[in-house]
Design a binder for this molecule. Structure first.
Ligand code: NDP
Ligand code: OXD
Length: 306
């Protein structure tokens, strides 16, 4: 069985060594143009030429959870696209989002600014009942995030395509449930996949429906958010701030207003990193299952887009 590795911006040597150790019977190599036909591919942002050269691939393993960029390419007709299924990402995402929510709720940025100026001052405690958090997307990452927020006793709303039953999380679903979900939320966390249905979903109309003093946390994809609409609602005072980890153009271009806007916290697409060892173990386990004719989790539905 032959496996090719083709991941832009990723040092291949440790991945190749790890994949060889996990799959001793496999022939594992870094893709180069003209490579012989392979059965499986491990990819991140591969060139179209790679996929065109490998029409016989049985499965393409994406070393990320989001497959929006991969699905824009022409894929081998029989290849299943397989996303990373947690592999150590959900706990990181829960840390990141809880940190952002708590930092905002407890006004820790205000305290940091005070202390830097030598000021010992108190702020009035806020009621967490006034800070309902709405989590868009209750999949592998969103459901973990929603449950982590419940530990801190925030009211938590969740929105997904199909209804969900998560302990302590108020479930809203479908287009018909979206406006009620927004109206019930003050802090909005985006963990949707980027698909034609969800592109630009964070816009003036939807963000205006959040409770006054709303706060936006986007950890999914930059193209979910209409940048100018967020900036306008911040400037008008309907929104209190935002924490953004993902952007339409990455790295965030120099001079973009998000770098310096007060109330805005920016991080460089780092909320949930791909962990090499966990990912290799998961991919190798799935390849062994496929070789035995067994079903695997994490197969992407190309029509749904996630
Ligand atoms: P999943 O596929 O497991 O979950 C997606 C969720 O979104 C599901 O609950 C699904 O509903 C819901 N959903 C999809 N489309 C719609 C829609 N049109 N309306 C309402 N709900 C919808 O994805 P993950 O949780 O694993 O990951 C989510 C995204 O997070 C990734 O696609 C990626 O873009 C981003 N990500 C960002 C990272 C970062 O470092 N910033 C790291 C990893 C991922 P249903 O359950 O009903 O199908
Ligand atoms: C992912 C990401 O989709 O890192 O896994 O954004």
């Amino acid at each position: 069985m032959k496996l090719l590795f083709c991941c832009a911006g990723t040092k291949p040597e440790p991945w190749i060594a790890g994949l060889r150790a996990a799959l001793p019977a496999a022939d594992v190599a870094v893709w180069e143009p003209g490579a012989p036909a392979a059965d499986y591919a491990v990819v991140w942002a591969p060139p179209q030429a790679f996929l065109d050269e490998q029409p016989g691939l049985r499965a393409v393993f994406n070393i990320g959870a989001g497959v929006d960029a991969l699905l824009k390419l022409r894929l081998p007709p029989t290849a299943r696209v397989v996303r990373l299924d947690d592999a150590g990402m959900s706990v990181q995402m829960a840390e990141y989002v809880c940190h952002a929510v708590i930092r905002h709720f407890r006004e820790f940025d205000g305290y940091e600014a005070d202390v830097r100026q030598g000021r010992w001052s108190y702020r009035k405690p806020r009621s967490r009942a006034d800070f309902a958090v709405g989590v868009m997307g209750l999949g592998v990452l969103g459901s973990r995030v929603a449950q982590a927020l419940r530990v801190f006793e925030f009211p938590v709303n969740g929105w997904s395509r199909s209804p969900k039953a998560l302990d302590g999380v108020r479930s809203f679903s479908g287009r018909e449930g979206f406006n009620d979900f927004l109206a019930a939320s003050r802090v909005l966390v985006n963990l949707l996949p980027l698909t034609p249905d969800t592109q630009d979903i964070l816009n003036r109309d939807t963000l205006s429906r959040l409770q006054p003093g709303g706060y936006v946390i986007n950890v999914a994809r930059g193209a979910h958010l209409v940048d100018e609409d967020l900036l306008a609602l911040l400037d008008e005072g309907h929104l209190a701030g935002a924490t953004l980890d993902v952007f339409r153009t990455e790295p965030l271009p120099a001079g973009h207003p998000f770098w310096t806007h007060p109330g805005m916290t920016v991080t460089p697409h780092t909320s949930a990193r791909t962990l090499r060892d966990e990912s290799i173990a998961q991919i190798a386990g799935k390849i062994r299952a496929l070789e035995q004719g067994e079903p695997i989790a994490g197969i992407v539905d190309p029509v749904r887009g996630y």
